[in-house]
Design a protein around this ligand. Structure first.
Ligand code: SF4
Length: 273
């Protein structure tokens, strides 16, 4: 009798490079795995104003159907959506690409892939986004930017606007707080900025973790040099959540950080205040 070889696949979506086997069929994000079990499994569905994504300077006043998968490739200790990004038990509902596009265009002006990390839904987005655009809808991605170049290149071709988190200007922060790395996120920001997609950035300000004025200034200089001084940046207030319980960001600190960014960038907004 011949030897039975185990089924094995490697994921190429993000730098974690997970290997799926029959014994360990799911990747770290718990969405991708053998047989692509997370395809079309929606963990949330709501019609939101585009400004809530946040996307401020693109199709102002529009509403978008918003959805996301039940998992994430980062493990941020302060995740604001941890109940769907970090918990296995969240209820999910399968919605086919045609159905999702139809609901989006019936109820709003487009579709936002958001709440958790959309790039891990690569195949579902590649199938669904063109259907929305065919009906003249807009497609928005709200992403942590932790994605490899090849899948990102494809996703850019079927989407219209991105908000990418720039969580800190320190690789140590990305490694310890999020389980990722800054280099990959910077690369994603560069790629989206160089494309035809509209780009905005979000900096979730956590006291004592990513509020160092020197790092803020370095980040602001890099944004100006890389994506341009007109790139909208949202400085968002942190609230204790998931595994981080330090007190919420004081509003004066948000305001001071906004002013620091404004020394280099023209469109800086405060959020969650
Ligand atoms: S997308 Fe998910 S399965 Fe793929 S490499 Fe990243 S964490 Fe692993």
């Amino acid at each position: 009798m011949g030897k039975v070889t185990e089924r094995k696949e490697q994921c190429n979506i993000c730098p974690h490079a997970c290997i799926f086997t029959e014994k360990h069929p799911l990747g770290r994000c718990r969405v991708r795995g053998l047989g692509n079990p997370g395809y079309g499994m929606c963990a949330a569905l709501a019609v939101d104003p585009i400004e809530k994504k946040p996307i401020k300077d693109f199709h102002r006043g529009a509403t978008v159907l918003s959805t996301g998968p039940n998992g994430c490739n980062l493990t941020c200790l302060n995740c604001q959506n941890w109940h769907i990004s970090q918990q296995k038990s969240t209820a999910v509902q399968f919605i086919s690409p045609a159905n999702l596009a139809a609901i989006a265009m019936e109820k709003s002006e487009g579709l936002a892939f958001t709440y958790t990390e959309p790039t891990i839904w690569y195949e579902y987005i590649m199938d669904t986004a063109p259907l929305v655009r065919k009906k003249n809808g807009i497609v928005i991605m709200v992403s942590n930017g932790y994605v490899n170049r090849e899948p990102l290149r494809d996703l850019i071709t079927v989407t219209d606007a991105w908000n990418i988190d720039l969580k800190a200007w320190s690789n140590e922060f990305y490694r310890k707080i999020c389980g990722g790395d800054l280099r990959t996120v910077k690369n994603s920001i560069e790629m989206v900025a160089a494309s035809d997609c509209h780009l905005e950035l979000t900096w979730l300000l956590i006291p004592g973790h990513n509020d160092d004025p020197c790092q803020i200034t370095d980040a602001a200089k890099w944004i100006k040099a890389t994506t341009g001084e007109n790139t909208p940046l949202h400085v968002s207030r942190y609230f204790p959540m998931y595994r981080m319980n330090i007190p919420a960001t004081p509003v004066p600190l948000v305001n001071r950080t906004v002013e620091l960014f404004r020394e280099y960038l023209k469109n800086v907004y405060s959020g969650n205040v």
